[in-house]
Write a protein that binds this ligand. Structure first.
Ligand code: SAM
Ligand code: SF4
Length: 315
């Protein structure tokens, strides 16, 4: 499946819920979200049907996300249904890690290939103040459970928050010394609650190269630049969501938990998929993907044009 600019669309991010047990300060308000009626959210069967149709259209990788995807009842069966889709090369999941202690093993047996675990501080007090509700020890137990369950090359997502966690950049990079983690520093994007934050919170990923000058570039992985601290087992990734525009290489589409296909994270354009099946569903996916804009306008508009908050899209 190609868009109008010749980009091959091979990656679907499928959001299974907009609910979350955390309230990360840059992602959600303290009050959380207004819970949608159950009927507004795609059923497990609808999610699996959309995933399978996307694969028939050429998608090779599906990432499940949220909100917090592990809160979604039936998430393990959904993983099993998607894993059974012929032609799907990789099934991954992005999570805050809090529920992994209980679920890592089941997810692995259901066929999840890899995990992204978000962790924005290695200090338990700071972790709590960023997530408002989270406990760092739960995530650390979750990472250990994932390793025991057989997950390898787990990616740790760290959103760079100027004046909040930038003094921990070296500590995060040090985690790669004896592990196979890829610690990925993500530039904060002005969306939802953080759109009005002061400029100093929005750090360029350059701050990582300044804090860890020994990093050596080793290549790229999708939208991430990849580095290694010499002698370390794991890697460090930089996702320049703001300072570097990777739209020309973007190969992804997103589907929200209420069934709207978003060809671009930052655009307001959405295409409803609900109620469509078989060939009609495939056609709707292809048509929406074809409408992917050339790029976002974050730098011109100062903030994202999507009215949705990140927990309603999934990252
Ligand atoms: N709850 C799961 C988690 O936190 O991993 C999955 C959903 S969360 C929306 C996916 C990713 O988006 C997380 O790594 C989170 O840190 C990141 N994120 C949320 N808001 C962001 C923003 N404004 N800019 C950059 N990344 C953001
Ligand atoms: Fe929840 Fe993830 Fe948003 Fe944090 S970043 S509030 S864990 S959805």
């Amino acid at each position: 499946m190609q868009d109008a600019f010749g980009r091959k669309i091979e990656y679907l991010r499928l959001s299974v819920t907009d609910l979350c047990n955390y309230r990360c300060v840059y992602c959600m308000s303290a009050a959380g979200v207004c819970k949608k009626a159950r009927s507004e959210i795609l059923s497990l069967e609808e999610l699996a049907e959309i995933g399978a149709a996307a694969v028939r259209c050429g998608v090779k990788k599906i990432r499940l996300t949220g909100g917090e995807p592990l809160l979604r009842p039936g998430i393990v069966s959904l993983c099993r249904m998607l894993r059974a889709v012929e032609g799907l090369e990789e099934l991954t999941l992005t999570t805050n890690g809090s529920l992994l202690p209980a679920m890592a093993k089941e997810l692995r047996s259901a066929g999840v290939d890899r995990l992204n675990v978000s962790v924005d501080s290695l200090d338990s007090t700071r972790f709590r103040s960023i997530t408002r509700r989270g406990t760092l020890a739960d995530v650390q137990r979750g990472l250990a459970a994932a390793r025991e369950a057989g997950f390898e090359n787990t990616k740790l997502n760290v959103v760079l928050l100027g004046g909040i966690n930038d003094d921990e950049i070296r500590d995060f990079a040090a985690l790669t010394k004896d592990t196979d983690y890829c610690v990925r520093f993500i530039e904060l994007m002005p969306m939802g609650v953080c759109a009005a934050w002061p400029r100093e919170r929005f750090l360029s990923a350059q701050a990582v190269l300044t804090a860890v000058p020994e990093l050596e570039m080793i290549g790229g992985d999708g939208v991430a630049e990849l580095y290694r601290v010499p002698g370390s087992r794991g890697t460090v990734g930089l996702i320049r969501a703001m300072s570097g525009c990777f739209c020309a290489r973007c190969n992804r589409i997103r589907v929200t938990a209420d069934g709207k296909l978003k060809p671009c994270l930052h655009s307001a354009a959405e295409f409803p998929l609900r109620g469509k099946h078989g060939a009609a569903l495939e056609q709707a996916i292809r048509e929406a993907a074809a409408r992917k804009p050339a790029g976002h306008r974050l730098t011109q508009c100062e903030c994202s044009e999507t009215p949705r908050a990140m927990n309603e899209i999934g990252g």
